[in-house]
Design a protein around this ligand. Structure first.
Ligand code: AMP
Length: 542
């Protein structure tokens, strides 16, 4: 029909162009690996991301080729966010907390062509490069004079030498908004890790939605310190929403301990932050021990794991900071729900309000959700009926990268693996998890990987790994083991058996020897039953 609006693709390059034009002097402050502070503006981000695009063109990278990062939250990582995606390549944020073997597997599966890394992660790159034949260029995110001579890594350049001489003007290519822009792997519930592949369209829509007042409420008046890593689902989309709104960004780099984060928040007048409960646990402990207060902090988004009530109370009552409890997933870009109260709920007494704040919140426009029973029938939104949570929307995955695992959707809905209720006001509450994974300090541990390692021990006949509640890490893995008849193995021997086979933090905290592991009719281990059997179990204190 004639007379319609302009058909302009939603591209990530538009965001950085907008930030440059409208928020040119908006500040970005970063703690660098070298320890010093770096300051510049959105105009500088824009200029240097265009130099990144030239540098990638210089490597003859094709459209959609993957450029990986192993990097902290920092300004060079931000430039890669815009330069890589803006030029039509796919930004692949690797998780540096993984074991080098896992990094090798993921980098090869993604077919990464370039790897950009902070010098902190040089040992990982040294451990993996010989096994990643597709990576042709390594870029150390440092000045030319900080590049060590004998790293043993071929085709290694410093970032500054790589982009420094490139022109600052660049014509961003125009292409279909449904093209891939970035990707993030998540530990699969079965088999190998799988990647969610975000598009320019999904990322732009998510960035708009995240900035809304009842969502993350991000504005030009905010100074935001994202503690959530830029390698975990694009730091919950904050870099993009900040570009749209012109918010100031404050990046802690490698200094992620409570003291450093607190000091940076105070020094940079931070009003807003986001992260998993574990990081706040550490920061609140530091503040309490030193009798500290915030001067400017107003709000923080807490998600990735359930936020404990004591944390919401401490932030609110002791420090005057509003906690926005959030739920989402790698497969959802990640935001699904945010807990902001409705007007009528503000009149409720504090205890009743707290009951609502503990929920994961209301759906954002762009996310449809439902809870269903075993027959797949929708359950009522009564705050009591608990069932499997399914979602759909323009920033929810349709399938995993390379179609791994087949079609994940059920009649067009993505099953989250979470079990939840929804109340009459639309507030979601996660009550359990049907997927077989453990989340420790905001990072996944695959129970299958842990079980596979244990099963390789000659004395182990059956092994079941489950998560146990932990005050600091939210959950820690333990492993229940049935020994083979006539074999001997001690708890210590079995724990030692994990050394070097997986990342240290993925090694279980304890081994429990049991006579049998509960099995279902199909022979599948029934972990909910096992958890029930072990409900009085207490994790060993370190
Ligand atoms: P990830 O893909 O690493 O972002 O993890 C997503 C999963 O983390 C969800 O499916 C939930 O199991 C869990 N999760 C995320 N946010 C919350 C929350 N606020 N409360 C409880 N579980 C959460």
């Amino acid at each position: 029909m004639l007379g319609l609006m302009q058909d302009q693709p939603l591209l990530i390059s538009n965001m950085i162009d907008f930030a440059e034009r409208h928020h040119a002097d908006g500040e970005i402050v970063s703690r660098r690996v070298e320890g010093d502070l770096h300051r510049y503006t959105w105009a500088d981000v824009a200029k240097r991301s265009r130099q990144v695009a030239h540098a990638l063109d210089g490597l003859k990278l094709e459209f959609s080729d993957r450029v990986a990062t192993l990097a902290w939250n920092g300004y060079r990582h931000l430039e890669l966010y815009f330069g890589v995606s803006g030029s039509g390549r796919v930004l692949h944020t690797l998780n540096p907390r993984l074991h080098p073997d896992q990094v090798v597997w993921i980098a090869n599966h993604a077919e990464d062509k370039v790897l950009c890394f902070d010098m902190t992660f040089l040992p990982i790159v040294q451990a993996v490069h010989a096994r990643c034949p597709m990576i042709k260029t390594y870029v150390a995110l440092c000045d030319a004079d900080k590049l060590p001579a004998d790293t043993g890594i071929p085709n290694l350049v410093s970032y500054e030498a790589w982009i420094g001489t490139k022109p600052t003007a660049y014509e961003w290519p125009q292409f279909d908004e449904n093209s891939a822009s970035s990707m993030c792997y998540t530990s699969g519930t079965t088999g190998n890790p799988k990647a969610a592949l975000y598009s320019h369209r999904s990322t732009t829509l998510h960035a708009y939605a995240a900035a809304l007042p009842d969502v993350m409420c991000i504005s030009a008046r905010d100074s935001i310190l994202p503690v959530v890593p830029m390698f975990h689902v694009n730091a919950w989309g904050i870099p993009y929403s900040a570009a749209l709104t012109g918010a100031k960004l404050v990046f802690p780099g490698p200094a992620m301990d409570g003291k450093s984060v607190y000091e940076m928040m105070e020094a940079e007048s931070v009003t807003y932050s986001a992260g998993v409960p574990t990081v706040w646990q550490m920061m609140l402990a530091h503040m309490k021990a030193n009798n500290l207060k915030f001067s400017t902090m107003k709000r923080t988004v807490i998600g990735g794991s359930a936020c404990p009530p004591a944390m919401i109370r401490a932030f609110n009552d002791d420090y005057g900071v509003e906690v926005l409890h959030a739920w989402g997933m790698t497969e959802m870009s990640p935001l699904g729900t945010l807990c902001t109260l409705k007007n009528k709920q503000l009149k409720l007494p504090p205890d009743a309000q707290m009951q609502i704040r503990l929920k994961q919140g209301r759906a954002i426009f762009g996310v449809d959700m439902k809870v269903v029973n075993e027959a797949g029938e929708s359950l009522p939104w009564d705050g009591k009926s608990s069932g499997d949570l399914l979602v759909k929307g323009p920033w929810v995955i349709a399938e995993y990268f390379k179609g791994e695992g087949g079609n994940p959707l059920v009649n067009g809905w993505f099953p989250t693996g979470d079990v939840a209720t929804i109340d009459a006001d639309g507030f979601l509450q996660i009550t359990d998890r049907s997927k077989d994974v453990i989340k420790s300090g905001g990072e996944w541990i695959s129970s299958i990987d842990v079980e596979n390692i244990a099963m390789a021990h000659p004395a182990v006949m059956m092994a079941a790994c489950i998560g146990m509640p932990h005050p600091k890490w939210d959950e820690r893995p333990i492993i229940a083991v049935v020994k083979r008849p006539d074999t001997q193995v001690t708890r210590e021997e079995l724990l030692q058996f994990f050394d070097g086979k997986t990342a240290k933090w993925q090694i279980p905290d304890d081994v429990i020897f049991v006579d049998a592991i509960p099995l279902g009719a199909t022979g599948k281990m029934q972990k909910m039953k096992l958890r029930e059997q072990l409900k009085d179990y207490k994790l060993p204190t370190a």
